[in-house]
Design a protein around this ligand. Structure first.
Ligand SMILES: [Zn+2]
Length: 360
């Protein structure tokens, strides 16, 4: 499969909505792609998808994981005048919710709307001018004048996403809505594709898992990791690049865009898996950065590592600017390095690979 095919896959993944709890369309794109080079692809009751490359029943199993859902909004209430009030899905930011074009996704397709913004000339503090709006103040105008008309187009519970396209700013830098974490879905699919091409040298079983409902609590990853109980999990998600104006690096760590993925230390990150990854990066001369996890990683790693008797796990993160906004920004060089780390790590694993803190 050519680079052109993977580029097309990335584009399709990024234009397809996958709001948390309503991920089916996004997962379908991912599934269709991995079906081409996997031995087996399964979905579960809630829609997470796992693609497997099987070596033998007697060898260790490695899980590569990324969540497939994106943050968004949901239709909460429709007024008599046909204005559609919303609530957030996951950690959406109300300060940037106004004056945006949005898509409301219904069973038949999508409805275009705009989030209302009172003109600057007419703003008073009473209608939200100059202060951070609460979600209950955000509404979508879909161009109708009554509740009846609105209800012909949308219904309570329909998910909403920003109508932002992804675009390359140059050869390296990609911007788009919810790169968090469709870009992770791309990374694990791409890693699996490259592993499938080296199958004769592969000594372990591999599962790439695109999990639903991370943004609301890491639920899809929990269901699937409980089911498969892999011997080790390599998880990827985005992390905050802290190299833009106004971010205190002393408080938030130093993470630069384009300077390599970050290896996370502490918490759910198993020390032996972290050591293993560091060795892989050193050998393959892949530039990485480091981050300390104080309590939780805030990713699916937190859901995976403590299943049943424990799954040694490690998080390798992709630096991202402007997280949870319609203009997130990442470096494709970091993406490429992250894919390489996953491929090299999996290919270096032994058939009897285990990770235990007290192993020498
Ligand atoms: Zn994420």
């Amino acid at each position: 499969m050519s680079n052109e095919t993977s580029k097309q896959f990335l584009e399709e993944l990024l234009i397809t909505p996958s709001p948390t709890g309503y991920e089916k369309e996004g997962v379908k794109v991912w599934k269709t792609y991995v079906d081409q080079f996997s031995d087996e692809v399964v979905t579960d009751a809630y829609g997470s998808c796992a693609a497997k490359i099987n070596t033998s029943g007697d060898v260790a199993t490695v899980l590569l994981e990324a969540h497939c859902d994106e943050i968004g909004m949901v239709v909460q209430h429709i007024t008599d005048q046909g204005f559609v009030y919303v609530n957030k899905l996951g950690g959406s930011d109300s300060t940037i919710a106004r004056a945006k074009k949005v898509y409301i996704h219904n069973k038949k397709g999508r409805v275009v709307g705009v989030t209302g913004n009172t003109a600057i000339h007419l703003q008073t503090t009473k209608n939200g001018g100059g202060k951070e709006p609460a979600w209950k103040e955000i509404y979508v105008d879909i161009g109708v004048s009554s509740k009846e008309e609105a209800l012909e187009m949308v219904q309570i519970g329909d998910p909403i996403t920003y109508a932002t396209d992804s675009e390359f700013l140059n050869d390296e830098i990609l911007t788009g809505r919810a790169l968090d974490n469709r870009i992770g879905g791309f990374i694990i699919a791409e890693a699996l594709r490259r592993i499938s091409e080296k199958k004769k040298d592969l000594k372990v079983n591999v599962i790439a898992l695109n999990s639903v409902q991370e943004e609301v609590g890491g639920f899809g990853a929990r269901m699937m990791s409980y089911r498969f109980m892999p011997d080790v999990a390599l998880v990827t998600d985005v992390t905050h690049a802290t190299d833009t104006p106004g971010i205190d690096q002393k408080e938030n760590g130093t993470v630069l865009l384009g300077k390599g993925p970050t290896i996370q230390h502490g918490g759910a990150n198993h020390p032996k898996v972290v050591d293993f990854l560091e060795e892989i990066c050193e050998k393959a001369k892949i530039e990485v950065q480091h981050e300390a996890t104080s309590v939780r990683t805030g990713t699916d790693t937190d859901s995976i590592f403590y299943q049943q008797t424990g799954i040694p796990s490690a998080l390798i993160s992709l630096p991202l600017r402007y997280m949870h906004s319609p203009v997130e920004l990442c470096s494709m060089e970091d993406v490429e390095k992250l894919v390489t780390i996953m491929v090299e790590a999996v290919m270096a694993m032994r058939p009897d690979q285990t990770f235990s803190v007290f192993d020498e």
